[in-house]
Design a protein around this ligand. Structure first.
Ligand SMILES: [Zn+2]
Length: 144
């Protein structure tokens, strides 16, 4: 995590995400995180729950139409998509499918494990430097 990049999430937002994950059990929950990028920090301002089209416990897909609506909403609120959140019924590390989608969507990806309760965040390092694309972990900073 030596890249200096972080994502800022408030305690209130963490409880919203926790509740959302519980409500979706045993399916994977996913949400789009809207906010602003302030130099090396992605600041979450709003959480938009997204329906998991796959209704799967091990993967998720967000409908293109829904994604389009979310981008429109972000635009209206003068915010950007600063992250994608989803839960895993396993360790909070990106799967190989996640990794390929992360390259297409080089925003922070927060993964919450429903087994260990741990939350970690990763980003495709295309965003970080021009070296070969790889997935890097970034710090989750909790604010009040
Ligand atoms: Zn995943």
């Amino acid at each position: 995590m030596g890249n200096g990049i972080s994502i800022l999430v408030s305690r209130g937002q963490i409880s919203i995400l926790d509740e959302f994950v519980r409500d979706n059990q045993p399916l994977e929950a996913c949400a789009i995180l809207l906010g602003k990028r302030e130099s090396n920090a992605f600041v979450i301002k709003e959480i938009v729950p997204a329906q998991n089209r796959d209704s799967s416990i091990v993967r998720f897909t967000i409908d293109d139409d829904m994604l389009f609506e979310i981008y429109k909403l972000a635009d209206k609120k003068n915010l950007s998509v600063v992250g994608i959140f989803h839960s895993h019924p396993s360790e909070p590390y990106p799967s190989s499918t996640d990794k390929s989608y992360m390259k297409v969507n080089p925003v922070p990806w927060i993964i919450k494990s429903t087994t260990t309760d741990e939350m970690r965040c990763f980003i495709s390092s295309d965003q970080v430097n021009d070296n070969e694309s790889q997935i890097e972990e970034i710090e989750i900073k909790i604010r009040d």
